[in-house]
Design a protein around this ligand. Structure first.
Ligand SMILES: NC(=O)c1ccc[n+]([C@@H]2O[C@H](COP(=O)([O-])OP(=O)(O)OC[C@H]3O[C@@H](n4cnc5c(N)ncnc54)[C@H](OP(=O)(O)O)[C@@H]3O)[C@@H](O)[C@H]2O)c1
Length: 274
């Protein structure tokens, strides 16, 4: 039995992955913001006779303090973590700071992944074939890191914030693999392509129309998670890898520059005050 932690496991691909691994007999802990969705996950697990292997942690992961709490609680529940899947996102058309004063998209889409990846690494290293799958956007032609304005205080747009988050997650994978060179945990960056999920977010009218159109054209959640399951079941041998819809992409690409990754890591630690 494996211990699997799924950030953003209350909806979309995270929820479908949670169901898949519970059905296989693994222990699955999902983290999400909605108490109702979390309780529905637990009720479904109970009904399937898998209640003792299912757990839900309610948390607003755009808060650094909540990520710290979650890391602690997961460590108490699972001394060994076999897989960490990172799926939480929430699109914001209006710019918003968290109660801790950090731009919300950066905080949820990037900082939470940073804190969980580093925070749970000790527990992952104890597993046989530990893997982190960061489901974001490697290979996207869009997006850039705004080095002098990471929180987009001067010129915010929701899409820009999401795309920057994708690039930041690419660099998180690069710095993680470099900083823990020789470690056992495999870091997989995964772009699922367009998948018809809840698309959690608060959208302006124009973006909402675009999202509804995308949902109609997108592949099913089952099709979206199939190649993620392959990565979780057979983690690649390399410390870092990137996939677009199941196809391996070369890391010899401007998105994966080590110098940029170390620069972002330093900026992140400054932002977090650690
Ligand atoms: N769907 C696509 O077409 C697509 C394409 C490319 C990349 N991706 C990436 O794939 C990943 C999964 O996407 P998805 O479409 O499956 O997700 P989704 O259906 O939009 O679900 C998002 C998840 O994030 C959680 N979440 C949102 N805000 C949160 C917060 N403040 N704290 C904690 N959890 C929060 C939600 O929990 P609650 O509902 O409980 O709040 C939910 O479980 C995302 O990282 C996304 O960027 C998706």
């Amino acid at each position: 039995m494996k211990n699997i932690v799924i950030q953003g496991g209350t909806d979309g691909m995270g929820r479908a992955l949670a169901r898949t691994y519970l059905n296989r007999g693994d222990a699955v802990l999902v983290i999400g913001r909605s108490e109702a969705k979390g309780q529905a996950f637990l009720a479904e697990a109970n009904a399937a006779g898998a209640g003792s292997r299912a757990a839900f942690l309610q948390a607003d992961l755009s808060l650094v303090s909540e990520n710290d709490r979650v890391v602690e609680e997961i460590g108490e529940r699972f001394p060994v973590v076999d897989a960490l899947v990172l799926c939480a996102r929430h699109y914001l058309s209006p710019r918003r700071d968290t109660a801790e004063g950090i731009e919300s998209s950066l905080a949820l889409f990037y900082l939470s992944r940073y804190l969980l990846s580093h925070g749970l690494r000790g527990h992952l290293e104890k597993a046989d074939r530990p893997v982190i799958v960061n489901v974001a956007g490697p290979g996207s032609p869009m997006g850039e890191i705004h080095w002098d304005d990471l929180q987009l205080k001067r010129n915010y747009h929701g899409l820009d914030a999401q795309m920057q988050g994708g690039k930041a997650n690419d660099l998180l994978g690069v710095s993680f693999a470099s900083l823990y060179d020789g470690g056992r945990t495999r870091y997989v960056l995964f772009n699922p392509g367009s998948v018809s999920t809840s698309f959690s977010g608060e959208y302006d009218a124009a973006t909402k129309g675009h999202i509804e159109g995308m949902k109609r054209m997108a592949k099913s959640v089952e099709a979206g998670i199939a190649p993620i399951v392959t990565c979780l079941d057979s983690p690649p041998a390399e410390p870092l890898s990137a996939f677009v819809e199941g196809r391996r992409m070369s890391l010899d690409h401007p998105s994966f520059r080590l110098a940029d990754a170390l620069r972002l890591d330093e900026l992140t630690r400054e932002l977090l005050g650690r």
